[in-house]
Design a protein around this ligand. Structure first.
Ligand code: HEM
Length: 463
């Protein structure tokens, strides 16, 4: 797994700073150019060169600072202990163009109120009630894959993305979007590409400026909105409560004021779930399938456990516990390839992190990509070994040694949903197919999420 270090030095344009704790760049643009060239390489090289805490300085403006922290204690401090001091900051601000004030992007009092309203919607029992839908949707997709792909190469990453979007839209709206599903999927994919574009560029003109990228972004958002608004309006007209996520969001009431969400907030939350709730899960499953195809002995072990515990019948929710290896494979895949590979925050006030003084307004990055490979925490870290995730070994690990879902109050609200969905899909794929990766070296592409670059061409062999 040599891709963690790039051959070309990424921080060679940086001047040695006054202390040995990190590089100094001429401007923020110089830093962003170096970072964008190879984000994972930049993180790795910085970590190897400077250790667990890296301070990035700039000659102009000279008071600006950016920090990267790679040990679990620092991640816990920033995401949990002193989370109030850390706002989502500029990157998330830009993404508001797409998902407005949805839960991932909002901050302060609005976020707190919305999280309180939304959290109960994601209780395990409520998600459990959706397990049958996840199984049925996966079964239909796998039947299509069998027809289209057994023995012939096809892009498994694209298919997984389609499947997880269908599952999250059914969870939200109660039914599939029927004839509109394909257009909706294409619009969500285009919106994600636009999100990548705005996060990758320092200066991006506001959405109303008719650049090529903005026109595409506006078109994608318009197509999503048309469908989402139609569904919200239809629900309002019906008036009766439904038990899908949208129904729960509509009937949720603020504990203090007893008020419901207005339509604009509902729209923002729905779009946020659609975007945050499918790509990440598809990416996690793509890497799990890739790793299984590279490790036939581990794939074999998974097949044996599934055959012994549930055979070829679709897994009921209660049976997922009988196939712990599927969960362990998924967790180990997210250790090596965390779909959200870095989390960025902006300090509201000065703080101490890992012995460093972080000034107000500095950006702070924590990265599971590095922490999940820290040799102090993980023996032989590059080895794919699901046995690391037995309950005993997981319990013995320090907090935030493993944090693919983030952590603290802003940790992933869809975690249970994603784990149940991921285990169901992985188990059902393993029941049906043996996986053969035909891409050779699959390179992670750290855009918003850690997708496999150029997809995941696979050959599926029927078992
Ligand atoms: C394997 C799949 C997933 C991964 C790896 C993942 C990862 C994450 C991470 C790292 C965060 C924290 C981001 C930060 O601190 O800035 C987060 C937040 C969030 N995720 Fe997920 N997620 C996954 C699946 C889902 C699903 C299925 C949903 C919804 C159906 C979802 C909805 C959200 C929301 C709404 C937030 C914002 C929570 C808040 O700020 O209060 N995620 N996710």
């Amino acid at each position: 797994m040599g891709e963690t270090l790039s051959a070309r030095p990424l921080i060679d344009g940086a001047r040695a700073g006054r202390s040995a704790s990190g590089p100094c760049f001429g401007t923020v643009l110089g830093f962003l150019a170096a970072f964008r060239r190879d984000p994972l390489g930049f993180l790795s090289e910085s970590w190897h060169a400077y250790g667990d805490a890296v301070e990035i300085r700039f000659r102009f403006p000279s008071h600006w600072r950016s920090y990267m922290f790679f040990d679990p204690e620092a991640a816990r401090h920033v995401l949990q202990e002193n989370h109030r001091n850390y706002a989502k900051g500029i990157v998330f601000q830009k993404l508001k163009r797409i998902a407005g004030e949805g839960l991932v992007f909002s901050d302060g009092e609005l976020w707190r109120r919305q999280r309180q309203l939304i959290q109960p919607t994601f209780h395990r029992e409520r998600i459990a009630a959706m397990a049958d839908m996840m199984v049925d949707t996966t079964a239909a997709a796998l039947a299509r894959w069998s027809d289209a792909a057994t023995g012939r190469p096809f892009d498994l990453a694209a298919q997984l993305s389609k499947l997880t979007l269908e599952i999250v839209s059914k969870a939200l709206f109660g039914t599939s979007l029927g004839a509109e599903q394909d257009d909706f999927a294409a619009a969500v994919t285009a919106a994600l590409e636009y999100a990548n574009h705005v996060t990758n560029h320092f200066f991006t003109p506001p959405l109303f400026v008719p650049t090529r990228a903005n026109r595409r972004g506006r078109d994608a958002i318009g197509r999503i909105d048309r469908i989402v608004w139609k569904i919200i309006e239809q629900r309002r007209r019906e008036g009766s409560a439904r038990h899908d996520l949208l129904g729960m969001l509509i009937s949720a009431r603020d504990a203090d004021t007893n008020t419901a969400m207005d339509d604009k907030q509902l729209r923002d939350e729905v779009v946020t779930f659609l975007v945050a709730g499918h790509e990440t899960t598809a990416v996690a499953l793509s890497w799990a399938c890739h790793l299984l195809s590279q490790h036939p002995e581990i794939e074999q072990r998974l097949h044996e456990q599934i055959d012994a515990a549930i055979g070829s019948t679709p897994p009921a929710l209660a049976e997922l516990n009988a196939v712990p290896y599927a969960r362990m494979v998924l967790e180990e895949s997210m250790r090596l390839y965390p779909p959200v590979w870095a989390t960025i925050r902006e300090a509201r006030a000065e703080d101490q992190v890992g012995g460093f003084c972080v000034p107000a307004a500095a950006t702070v990055t924590v990265s599971p990509w590095i922490t999940h490979r820290h040799p102090r925490l993980w023996e032989d870290p590059e080895r794919f070994d699901p046995e690391r995730f037995t309950p005993e070994r997981s319990a013995a690990r320090p907090d935030f040694a493993y944090f693919p879902f983030g952590g603290g109050p802003r940790g992933c609200v869809g975690r249970q949903f994603a784990m149940i969905e991921g285990q169901i899909i992985l188990t059902m794929i393993a029941q049906r197919f043996r996986l053969h990766d035909i891409a050779g070296d699959v390179i992670p592409d750290p855009i918003l999420t850690l997708r496999p670059r150029n997809g995941l061409p696979m050959r599926l062999e029927a078992r």
